[in-house]
Ligand binder design. Structure first.
Ligand code: GRF
Length: 197
């Protein structure tokens, strides 16, 4: 089977990107990362991609007159790289209609909560404020509804006494680092999303 050609979108630290890169390098993930796309010039994700020889692109949203034009540029980049699946891993931009129209049912996102709980920004802080004992992470299909598409996989993560948003976020990331590659592998095998039929 040919590797699934993916793009990873990230805005910041890029530890999930790093985990995907390492799974591919170890041969644990039948995917080829054709593009890492960042909307922030200083995203550490760009450094991680370049260090591993993965094609990395900074596309500045502010350089475009509208969101549609910005996304039009992303679509041509993704098509040029032959991308089959777009993985949002810490991408802080809301995906709009141009990108969704070009990749329907082909964009997935990682969100640090057990959706539908705690949608939107600062999900770990929301979990702490709600005093829940357990939160988690979800991989879901991106649709027009924010954090609202079909959930493909979820894992629970405990909230411990004394947790702040950042300690909880770090614990959640440890789970994300294996869950996201696992979901991509299932998609590559045609067992989820059925992209490859
Ligand atoms: C992850 O926790 C993900 O759930 C959220 O943003 C974080 C990205 O972390 N959407 P990193 O940049 O991969 O380290």
């Amino acid at each position: 089977m040919k590797p699934l050609i993916i793009a990873v979108f990230a805005s910041g630290e890029g530890t999930n990107l790093q985990s995907i890169i390492e799974h591919v390098e170890r041969g644990d993930l039948d995917a080829s990362i054709a593009a890492v796309v960042c909307d922030k010039k200083n995203a550490h994700a760009l450094v991680r991609a370049r260090r591993s020889g993965v094609p990395a692109f900074f596309v500045d949203p502010k350089a475009f007159a509208s969101k549609d034009e910005f996304e039009g540029k992303l679509v041509s980049l993704l098509r040029q790289q032959g991308v089959e699946l777009v993985v949002l891993a810490g991408y802080m931009h809301i995906v709009g209609s141009v990108l969704l129209g070009a990749f329907p049912n082909r964009i997935i996102n990682l969100h640090p909560s057990l959706l539908p709980a705690f949608k939107g920004a600062n999900a770990p802080q929301q979990a702490i404020d709600a005093k829940v004992k357990e939160t988690g992470t979800s991989v879901h299909v991106v649709t027009r509804e924010l954090d609202g598409g079909e959930v493909l996989a979820q894992e629970k993560v405990p909230v411990l006494e004394g947790d702040g948003a950042s300690s909880l976020q770090e614990r959640i990331k440890k789970t994300e680092h294996w869950l996201l590659p696992e979901v991509i592998q299932l998609i590559a095998e045609g067992k989820l999303l059925e992209l490859r039929k």
